[in-house]
Design a protein around this ligand. Structure first.
Ligand code: PLP
Length: 389
């Protein structure tokens, strides 16, 4: 029985060319990049070349710097906590205020909760039933003491895309000196994005979402943006992130983005078409099904659907037996039985949330995979509707 992997938003398989590059790097560059002798210097050059490439991939020019981290989560923590700590250091008597949306990944939401626990003021902006956010709601939440706005580019559970450019511009019109961070973990390396187009102050991304290694990520920091480190020690990463660099992870991200740069148009088109076919086949093939999230402004690789009368946990179990990997809610919370906070924020009823499954496709998904998956999903849904577990 084939295994059909439909969980690209949880993590992507490593691209074989990336793996090859990583193996060569790990074999040939074993020095500590901070050492001054040859082994260290050559490792340092590789890291700086990777940094330069990633900057050029993002159209950053000389506008800022890339700080390598251990994950998307660490990047988000560094952006948010680092901004707030720097503000607190410079404005000892003012309580900082930060704004985000209710549908962010837990990397953002739990960082907000942590800061709340040490007295920082927070505002969470809600979404409508399609997961759309009202820019005006963000703008009106801005106060004198607002330090940072953090709004994601695209949602990991539903694929809903926020109008980031518009939000960024409107927010900056109201308060130019606040910092704007975006969690672009589901965008960078999979969709079009340019810092020339949206000159964010800070943005986060993660290697394992774009065919690079797990356990590596990065934060873009615009020149002049004052953030404090959250990991203290050596002076690596421009003094913003102590710790000997993960050279394999760093190289994997640069290599992966380089591959994506060369196939971008073709890949985005192909996955978009395939996502459309998948959605059509599901909706024409199975009754009692609802699309969760935005019907139009969404990542075409992400299909989050609820099947009437079917519990997602049971369907996922059955799909796994048919060889299909997908997830309910966010896979980063695997094991937790709590309802998806993202779908709750849409105002959906419990039954709809309990029956929601996210399928997400990517580079190695084929139309045959989709056909196999749809027929297995159909079988699974019919079986559970006739004979609920
Ligand atoms: C939108 C979003 N932000 C942040 C993260 C966390 O990234 P990482 O797994 O690299 O820590 C994820 C992972 O699922 C994500 O989807």
């Amino acid at each position: 029985m084939p295994r059909i992997y439909l969980d690209y938003n949880a993590t992507t398989p490593i691209d074989p060319s990336v793996l090859e590059e990583v193996v060569n790097t790990l074999k040939n560059y074993q020095g500590n990049p901070s050492s001054v002798y040859e082994e260290g210097r050559s490792a340092r050059i590789l890291i700086e070349d990777s940094r330069d490439f990633i900057k050029s991939f993002l159209d950053a020019g000389n506008s800022g710097e890339i700080i390598f981290t251990s994950s998307g989560s660490e990047s988000v923590n560094l952006a948010i906590i680092g901004s707030v700590y720097a503000y607190m250091r410079n404005n000892k008597k003012i309580v900082p205020h930060i704004i985000t949306s209710t549908v962010e990944h837990h990397a953002v939401l739990n960082t907000f909760k942590f800061l709340e626990s040490i007295g920082v003021e927070t505002t969470y902006i809600g979404v409508n039933e399609f997961g759309a956010i009202n820019t005006e709601d963000i703008v009106t939440a801005i106060k004198e003491n607002t330090v940072l706005v953090s709004i994601m580019g695209a949602n990991n559970e539903t694929g809903t895309i926020f109008p980031l450019k518009q939000i960024f511009e409107e927010v900056k019109k109201v308060k130019n000196d606040l910092l704007f961070h975006s969690d672009l973990v589901q965008v960078i390396g999979k969709s079009y994005f340019s810092l020339k187009d949206i000159p964010l102050d800070l943005c986060s991304f993660s290697g394992h979402k774009f065919y690079a290694l797990k356990g590596c990520g990065a934060l873009y920091v615009k020149k002049g943006v004052d953030i404090d480190p959250i990991i203290h020690g050596g002076h690596q990463e421009r003094g913003l992130r102590a710790g000997t660099e993960n050279i394999g992870g760093i190289v994997s991200m640069a290599k992966s983005l380089n591959i994506f740069k060369n196939v971008m148009n073709e890949e985005i088109g192909r996955i978009g078409t395939l996502g459309g076919i998948f959605l059509d086949k599901l909706f024409y093939g199975i009754e009692g099904i609802k699309l969760n999230g935005h019907p139009v402004n969404r990542l075409k690789n992400t299909i989050n659907v609820s099947f009437d009368g079917v519990k997602s946990e049971t369907l996922l179990f059955n799909l796994d037996l048919y060889g299909i990997s997908a997830s309910a809610g966010s896979a980063c919370n695997a094991g937790a039985v709590s309802l998806s906070h993202v779908l709750k924020a849409h105002g959906y009823d419990v039954k709809r949330i309990e029956s929601a499954i996210r399928f997400s496709i990517g580079r190695f998904t084929t139309e045959d995979d989709i056909d196999y998956a749809v027929s297995a999903i159909k079988k699974g849904v019919l079986k559970l509707r006739t004979n609920p577990a």
